[in-house]
Each structure stands twice: as C-alpha cells, then as structure tokens.
Design a protein around this ligand. Structure first.
Ligand code: 5U1
Length: 690
C-alpha cells in the first residue's frame, strides 16, 4: 500500500506502528544492553500486543525490523552458506598466563613496527575474551539483514533467524543508517542463564550442556528458531567487517564506542593502555575479577589501538599481527574419577562428591568436585574409574560435568548411592530417598552431628520448644565446643558451661537455663514439630497431635494410618515413618522424656466414619461429569483421602479422559483403576453395606 492510497485509518495505523516499534526497541536496548529497565514488564507486553494487533489488521506494516518478527520462520533443513565479504579472522593466543605473555606480544609488535628501545610505548585497546561463538551481523541501510557464523573464516552459515531472537541485538541501528555496516562479536550465555537452562533441560528430560559456550553454540546452530528463541543468549560486539558509507574511527577504542552508539552491547570492561606493563596489569586486574563476572571469559584481548598501525602490521595465516588473546588458566580439565564419597549437609542431604586425581583448573588445584545427586550421576552416566571433565567457573564449587566415554576402559559398574551408603557416613543412621526425590537423606535428624546445629536451632525455635535466648550464636558455640550434641544435652546444661561462652554473662546464662527448664512443659504438637521431621510443618504437627493424642501412638503408626490425617499424603507419611524407624531418633526422644520433657496426652480424635474410610485415591484425567474438586469432595466426604501421586499404597486410581503417567504407573504397580461410574458404585456399595 502506498501513502497516497492509504485510508486515514491505515495512515494512522502506520504512524502508530512506527512509534511502537521505536518505543519497544528503546525498551529492549535499556533492558538488554544498558541493564537499566525503563518500564514494567506488563506495560512492555501491552505495547507489544498492541503492535501485534496492528500488524494483524494491516499485514503490510510487518517490517523486517519489527520486534514482532524476532521469533518466526519455520525450522530449517540446514543453514545456507554465507560468504564473508571481509574474512573473519581468528586471533593468535598467548598461552603464557603470566605477565610475560603481555611482554612477548608487545615486544613482537614493537619489532614488527621497527621501534627502538627509546621509542614511545605502543598504545593498545584491551578487552575481554568472551567464551562463546563468533558471529558477524550485517546491517544494510540500518536494518539487520543477515547474521552468520565464522565457519572457516571465508564462508560461514546463515543463522539469521536464530540471531534475530536475541533482544540485545537491535534489528535497526540507532542514529544514521550507513549503506553497509558489519559488526562482529560473540554470542554467549551468562552463567546464571546457563544454569537455569540446564535445570530446565534436566527437568524436561532433555540433554544438558557441558558449559555455557557449548550451550550458546548449540543454540545458535539450532535449526528450529522457536527453540533458539527460548535460549537466553547474550551478545558483545568487538569488531568490524565490511563497511560502506560509515565513518570508521581512527582507533579500535573509537570503533567500540561508535558500535555502542549504534545500540549494540559492548562490554564495559575495556581500556586504552600504553605498553606492556599496563597490559600485564590489565590481565591481572581482570584475572582477579574473573570469578565475579556473570559470564565466562578465557582471557583478555589486546589490540594495537591505531587502525593505521593495524594496517601496517597486517596478518599472517588468518591471524592479525596486531592482536592477541592473553589466556587465563582453563576452567575445564580432564582427570580421573578415583572414587565417589558423600557429604552430609545441614539438612541431612547426602551429596555425592567425586574424589579426583588432583588437577589444575580455573587457577586452583581441584581434588573434589560435586556430582549433585544420584539422578545427575545417572543422567551423565558417570562411573568410578572414568576420565571426567571437571569445571570450575566463577566462585561456584567445582563440578563433574561429564565423563569422557572414549577413555573408558572395560566395564565399569554403575554407581548406586543407596547401595554404597545404606547408612549415614557421619552418624550411622539409615539413609532414605523419597520415591519422587532426587536427594537421599540421613534419617538421624536428632542425632546426626552434621545436622546438629540446624536440628538444635529448630528444636529451640519459638514455634517449637520456644527456648528464649538459644539463638544462632549460642548454638554455634555449644555445638563447636562439643557441649551439646543432641537436644537432650540442653536439659543437662549447668551454669558453668553456659557462663563460659562468648558474650554470655552470668545473668544471661541464668535466664537461658530458666528458659530451657520452662520448655520441659510443652504441648504434644510443639514437641512433634520440634523433632524436625522432614515435611512436617507446624500445622501438620498440630493435626498429628490432635489425631493421635499420644506420642507413642504416632510413633507406632504406619503409612496408611498416617494418611488418614488431613493434609498427610504419601510423602509426609513416609517421612514420619522413616523418622521413627531410626533407633537413634527414638533413643533421643526417650532421653528427652527421661529428662523431664512432658506434655498433656489426650485421646485420639475419632476419625470421621465414611464409606471410603482408610482408602487412598488418586485422580487423573478428565472425568465425564465431576470436576476434580467435586470428585475430591465426594471421596473426602466419605472419609477417603486424595493423594497427588500413585504408589503401592494407593487403593484406587480414578481415571478419566487423557489420563497420563499416573494411569501408567497404576497399571505398572497393579493398583485398581476405576472410572467415574466405578467411583460412584464404590461409594454406593459401601454406604449400602455400612
Ligand atoms: N574481544 C575480542 N574477542 N575477539 C575475538 N576481540 C576479538 N577479536 C577477534 C576475536 C577472534 O578477532 C579479531 C582480532 C580479528
């Protein structure tokens, strides 16, 4: 549609669409490039939807630089080749990670420029060496028309539809629109985005990535742009390709400033420096900063700042003589996995820890690395005796990211944490792992030294035994000085032991002793909560006390009986049974009672009688007439329980249309399956027979 034929409405729509495109681009730049959001997300979404609606009504307004066009296009069979008009050079690397790496480069530049000892220092532009994938962006008349990978430097691949999904990359340049401007830089993933992506991949049962670089490269080379759009990629520009009609600055630092003025992200960590000593100082300064950066770098880059001097220096075999990447120690290394042990955390979680042949990685010698949990070990298929890739990036603990399968010699058995550690290596209590849980735990919550501090703080808490004055600092000292091992020891404390603690005068010691003594008289609900049974919160503890009346009755209850209590499902019931199945815990409870901890015991509440009393149901799929809430209400009204997941303890699965994995699990476990009519019949039959 041309302007003279456009209706007034269409003209207004075109004006509004242009204004919206510009406004959205401004907000994208503020958010993704400047890291300074200018409007709330909801307002941004509103602008975006308004533009989408306009473009739906007037499809001719859908310009290539419209933000609505970032995600589009069908999956490709392959990426078309792109011939770079100016070759994409690579960079020479200086692997000497000390100051001499900078001196060697400067000496070479000076020699090649024919400079003598007394001549002035060479000026350099210094930047970071991002650990990602090199990309060339081609803007024609200000609009992004193509994005290509480096390939062999002469020919890369056209990855435009994937790169367009990066909102840090403007679809239209800010300011004047040169005929051609090619900008080169690195697509990368921030570490937090990488971790979140890997978490999502693992949850979805998809493969996870070894490091952010592989994830970035894999995402850009993803043939389906819709998948690439879900990968939170970032970009930093660092150089130029072809230009036409663009006033190229005289220095590289000037080029970077000009690129930033065009609206592209340029990393703030850059400097103009004179001579080798300043280069070495920059290398050291960034090295100290490396762990706290939000993204991986593998070195810094020095470039002769003057473009005229760069031209004089030229390049050899695809590497310019005017630039070098001065490396840091690698963040990944391959080493031998000698053994797997476990570490018991404050909550009793057992974390498998790899014992490694010592290896230098990320600037330190690493001998241990986390393997997270059994699921991760299974997913990565890591076995004792494997050669493994260890990664230490940022200030996170080193982790084993993958085995090197080609280096596996012979059959190695799979690692089974529960088989290897049936009991806690710290306290000997039995180790349990919930059906749907990734983490295995020590069940000796009251007894285990690894959990002591946490257990005592919880025990003394205001909503538990309410021991005033027994806070973090006191518990820390009592535990660290081995004065208190289990809660029982609290009731054996004397004034001398307490008064010896830091910042504890005689008066506070007396007050604390009085508070401990007062806590001897409590309620069953508080006592149950104070035990720190996993998944048993204050409300559940209250309900358990009400339903069972006596502690011994609760301790003797099986999972079926426990699940009669409102809000107690299979997971909570299992946690309670596991807790009391551990003799160490029962011993501590007996000792607490012997030390005078007491409460008023009552009679168990009479369970509501009903046709479905004692039976547990799981609902799945869509029932013909009952909503899920109605079905639940029907079951509960008759004394039945509705649980969220199927286990051997499930009495019936009520399946409707489009029933999913719960139905499959019920079939696998041999649990009875009913439809809605079956449920109604069951209710009627039981009411009639009652
Ligand atoms: N920061 C930065 N990274 N990097 C990588 N600059 C830079 N320059 C490069 C490469 C490959 O190449 C030019 C020196 C051609």
């Amino acid at each position: 549609m041309t302007a003279q034929h456009a209706t007034p409405d269409a003209q207004a729509a075109a004006g509004r669409a242009a204004a919206l495109r510009a406004e959205i681009a401004r907000h994208d730049h503020a958010y993704y490039v400047l890291d300074a959001p200018t409007i709330p997300d909801a307002e941004y979404d509103r602008l975006f939807r308004e533009l989408q609606a306009l473009e739906a009504a007037y499809p001719e307004l859908r310009t290539p630089d419209s933000p609505t066009q970032r995600v589009g296009g069908k999956p490709l069979a392959q990426f078309p080749p792109v011939r770079h008009r100016v070759p994409m050079l690579s960079i020479r690397t200086e692997t000497d990670t000390g100051a001499s790496g900078a001196e060697t480069f400067d000496a070479r530049v000076r020699r090649e420029l024919g400079l003598k000892d007394g001549d002035p220092a060479v000026e350099y532009s210094a930047e970071l060496k991002f650990d990602g994938l090199a990309i060339s962006l081609r803007y024609e008349h200000g609009v992004l028309v193509q994005a290509a990978t480096r390939g062999d430097g002469e020919t890369g691949e056209d990855v435009s539809s994937n790169v367009r999904t990066l909102r840090a990359i403007p679809l239209r340049l800010h300011g004047p629109a040169p005929a051609v401007l090619e900008i080169r830089g690195e697509v990368y993933l921030r570490r937090d985005d990488f971790e979140a992506l890997n978490r999502r991949q693992a949850e979805a049962g998809e493969k996870t990535f070894v490091n952010p670089r592989n994830a970035a490269a894999g995402s850009i080379r993803q043939l389906d742009p819709a998948i690439a759009a879900r990968r939170p990629l970032s970009f930093f520009a660092y150089g130029l390709g072809e230009t036409e009609g663009w006033a190229v600055p005289d220095t590289h630092a000037g080029v970077l400033d000009a690129i930033a003025a065009c609206g592209l992200p340029v990393c703030e960590h850059r400097a103009v420096l004179q001579g080798a000593a300043e280069l070495a100082a920059f290398h050291a300064r960034i090295g100290a900063l490396r762990d706290s950066l939000p993204f991986d770098i593998d070195g810094v880059v020095y470039k002769v700042n003057s473009l005229a001097l760069q031209q004089r220096l030229g390049f050899v075999t695809r590497e310019p003589r005017w630039a070098v990447a001065h490396k840091y120690p690698a963040q990944e290394a391959v080493t031998l996995l000698r053994d797997i042990e476990v570490q018991v955390g404050r909550t009793g979680a057992l974390t498998p820890v790899a014992r490694l042949e010592p290896v230098f990685v990320g600037g330190v010698t690493v001998t241990n690395a986390t393997l997270h949990n059994q699921d991760e070990i299974d997913r990565k298929d890591v076995r004792i005796g494997d050669w493994v890739i260890v990664r230490r990036a940022g200030d996170v603990i080193p982790e084993v990211v993958a085995p090197v399968p080609e280096r596996r010699t012979g059959e190695l058995p799979r690692f089974d944490l529960l088989a290897r550690f049936p009991t806690c290596p710290v306290c000997g209590s039995h180790v349990v792992r919930g059906e749907d849980e990734a983490v295995a735990r020590c069940s000796g919550g009251l007894f285990c030294p690894a959990q002591r501090r946490q257990a005592l703080l919880h025990f003394a808490g205001r909503r538990a035994m309410d021991i005033d004055g027994l806070g973090d600092k006191v518990v820390e000292q009592l535990v660290d000085n081995a004065i208190v091992k289990t809660p029982v020891d609290l009731y054996r404390l004397g004034i001398l032991a307490l008064a010896g603690l830091e910042r504890m005068g005689e008066k506070s010691a007396q007050n604390l002793l009085a508070a401990i003594d007062k806590s001897r008289s409590t309620t069953l609900a508080r006592f149950i909560f104070a035990l720190g049974i996993r998944n048993v919160g204050e409300a559940t503890a209250r309900e358990l006390a009400r339903q069972f009346g006596k502690l011994d009755a609760l301790m003797a209850a099986d999972e079926v009986a426990l699940q009669q209590v409102p809000d107690v499902g299979p997971i909570v019931a299992r946690s309670i049974v596991d807790f009391f199945a551990e003799p160490h815990n029962c011993e501590v409870i007996a000792q607490l009672r012997a030390a005078g901890v007491h409460w008023l015991e009552g009679e168990p509440a009479v369970p509501a009688a009903g046709a479905l009393q004692g039976r547990t149901f799981v609902l799945t799929g869509t029932l013909p007439t009952l909503t899920r809430d109605e079905a639940k209400a029907l079951i509960e009204a008759q004394g039945g329980k509705v649980a969220g997941s199927v286990s051997k303890k499930t009495s019936y699965v009520i399946a409707g249309e489009d029933a999913g994995s719960k139905l499959a699990k019920a079939e696998a476990l041999g649990v009875a399956i009913l439809d809605e009519a079956g449920l109604r019949a069951l209710v009627n039959e039981n009411i009639t027979n009652a």
